[in-house]
Each structure stands twice: as C-alpha cells, then as structure tokens.
Design a binder for this molecule. Structure first.
Ligand code: NDP
Length: 339
C-alpha cells in the first residue's frame, strides 16, 4: 500500500470471528486475513479467536504471532472460549472448529457432537452479529453443520454458506494439469452436492478464457477420464494429501476459505462462477433449505445460484445421489432433535 492508495475516509474496520482458532486451518487463514487478502488493502480487520477452553492458551500463542507480524491492517485481536463474546458485532464468521470423527464413531455420533457445537454457535451469531453477517462453515460435515447453525439461529439463507471451494479449486487444478490451460484461464467449473465423497465435480460447462468449451476434448462429463480419474481424484484428494504429507490439507483449505469470502464480498467475474454450498431455494430440484453446493455468482455482496443449466440424465443422477446423502444427514439431525 502506498500513501496514494490510502482513501480519504478509511472504511470501518471489519470484525471477523474464527472458530477452531488454534487449529491447523486457522493457523494459515488468520495470517492471510490479517494481511488484507480477504477484505483488501484499505480495511482494518479485528479478529475474534474462539477456542475450546483447553486450547485457548494455544490460541493466545497464535495471537502473539499475529502481533509480532506487525500487520498494518490488523486491529484488535481477542481470544475467548465464549461464543457470545466471539460473535458480538461480527461482520463475518469462519466456523472451522468441529468435532473430528473418532475411531469407530457412527455418523450419527458425529452429527450429534457437531450439533452441540453448531447449534449454540448459530444462536450466538443470531444474537450478536451484524445484519450483513456472512458465515462460512469449514468444519465437517460442513453442509449439515451449516444447516444446523442456520436453523438453530434462524439465520437468513443469504447469511450462511459451507465450503466447497477447495473441491472447486482442486477440480480446476486437475483440469489445468490435463489440458495445459492454466487455472486462471478456466471458467465455469461446478462442484455440486455435499462436501463428501458423493460430491459431483462437473466439467460440462467448462470453458477457456476465450469461451471455448473444454468438456468435449476431455471426453465429456460422463466420459472415462471424468468418471474414472477426475471425479475420484478430486473427491479423494484430501486423503491423498494426508497419505503423502502426513497431515491434512490445511493450507489449501485456508486458501479456499480466503477465495470464498473475498469473492462473496467483492464479487465474481460476470463470465465465471464458483462453487458454494448454501441453503437451496429449490433450484435444480434440490429440496428447499438443504445446504447443497451449486454454481454461484456473487452479485452486490450476495450469492446467486446460476440458473438455467440443462442437466443430462447422468448429471442428474450424480446430483441426486449427493443430495440424498445431504437429506439423510438432515433427517438424522431432526430425528436426534438437534435443531
Ligand atoms: P483443522 O483446522 O485441520 O480442521 C478443522 C475442521 O475443518 C475439521 O472439521 C476438518 O474436517 C475441516 N476441514 C475441511 N476441509 C478440510 C481440509 N481440506 N483439510 C483439513 N480439514 C478440513 O483441525 P485441527 O484439529 O487442527 O483444529 C481444530 C481446532 O478446533 C482445535 O484447535 C480444537 O480445539 C478446535 N475445536 C473447537 C470446537 C468448538 O469450537 N467448540 C470443537 C472441536 C474442536 P475433517 O476432520 O473431516 O478433516
């Protein structure tokens, strides 16, 4: 930032809560937030670091490192184990902390544990956050955790999202490697459905920077490369990284979270879209309220689901399978009385 870049009136600082603040994803995300990579070079950023009591000391250590980085844009940094304190007056929340699946744990146990986290967090957000609140859920199972927070807090559908941007970015990277078209020259990738192994990374509408379709050259969305290599590669990439790196893909998850929130705030190019999981409005036959990943554009600070794409029977069946999984998770949440 040069003096000429400084606007006459500085915008009000943005206050952002990050949960699971002492975890691996947050360890990358917080520094990028403080560097201005989400809200731009003119916005000061206050950070609220929420952790469970056992990890607040670790979060304090992260706060010390943020202080030592001397970020010109960084305002107040607060470390707390209290959700009301963390979410009071926030503009945005990255909900990253979640209960990991324990050895032998059932899916219903995981949903119950996370219901106990995301329900109260949804209520605390509703009670304290600003009107223009933007929530990104990263902690898994992200789609259903987002639905729990939204239902518990009666959040507006436009306030809540879950992250499929990492899947989207992974899909772009795979196509770039296959075609030689750089990721910056690829447009209109879509990841449909749940952030899980049933997700559907879809190349049907993919074009290059000149608007030339790429799906045909790749054998089509229903072709061998897409179904046998591309889709499994994208869906299993997290596990592949754990096996190669020895720990999870935290930095790329944080990077995707930066992309997601930046685009939500500043918009997406008119000739492109990105993948966002948000409460369905019934588009593409996905039952209203289920948190599902769609192709979305950010316009005037709100996500809009791209309308009018024709789905082939093969696309339809992949989307339906993933939506069935989301619906089943939601049924379990209801059956357990978590919302
Ligand atoms: P990470 O920061 O690595 O991950 C946090 C969450 O993000 C997990 O649910 C993880 O899901 C999910 N996630 C989504 N995408 C990815 C990805 N690509 N790579 C890795 N994770 C991904 O977890 P840590 O264990 O390092 O830190 C979690 C922190 O949260 C801890 O400090 C803990 O104290 C805190 N926590 C807070 C809670 C609360 O707020 N009440 C409750 C529980 C923990 P998955 O497990 O499926 O990989």
């Amino acid at each position: 930032m040069t003096p000429n870049d400084i606007p006459a009136v500085e915008p009000a600082p943005v206050t952002v809560a990050v949960t699971g603040a002492a975890g691996q994803i947050s360890y990358s995300l917080l520094f990028r937030l403080a560097a201005g990579e989400v809200y731009g070079p003119h916005s000061r950023v206050n950070l609220r670091l929420l952790e469970i009591p056992a990890a607040t000391d670790a979060a304090r250590g992260v706060a010390m490192e943020l202080e030592d980085s001397a970020f010109p844009l960084l305002g107040e940094v607060t470390v707390t184990a209290d959700a009301e304190t963390a979410f009071d007056g926030v503009d945005a929340a990255f909900l990253i902390g979640a209960k990991p699946r324990g050895k032998g744990a059932q899916r219903s146990d995981l949903l119950a544990d996370n219901g106990a986290i995301f329900g109260p967090q949804g209520r605390a957000l509703a009670a304290g956050a600003k009107e223009g609140l933007r929530v990104l859920v990263v902690g898994n199972p992200a789609n259903t955790n987002a639905a729990i927070a939204a239902a518990a807090g009666s959040l507006q559908p436009h306030q809540i999202t879950a992250m499929t941007r990492l899947d989207h970015n992974r899909a772009l990277a795979q196509v770039a490697a296959k075609t030689g078209v750089p990721v910056g020259g690829l447009r209109r990738m879509t990841v449909w459905g749940n952030h899980s192994s049933t997700q559907f990374p879809d190349i049907t509408e993919l074009v290059d920077a000149d608007g030339r379709g790429l799906a045909e050259a790749l054998g089509g969305a229903d072709g061998r490369w897409s179904t046998e290599e591309f889709i499994p590669k994208v869906a299993d990439r997290g596990a592949e990284i754990i096996s190669v790196r020895g720990s999870s893909s935290a930095a790329s998850a944080a990077s995707a979270a930066v992309d997601h929130m930046r685009d939500w705030v500043f918009g997406t190019p008119v000739d492109d879209w990105v993948s966002v999981a948000l409460p369905s409005d019934g588009s593409y036959g996905v039952p209203e309220g289920l948190v599902c990943s769609f192709p979305c554009r950010s316009v005037d600070g709100r996500w809009q689901i791209v309308q009018g794409l024709e789905l082939s029977p093969a696309q339809r069946s992949r989307l339906d399978a993933s939506v069935a999984e989301i619906a089943e998770e939601w049924d379990t949440v209801r059956r357990l009385g978590l919302v």
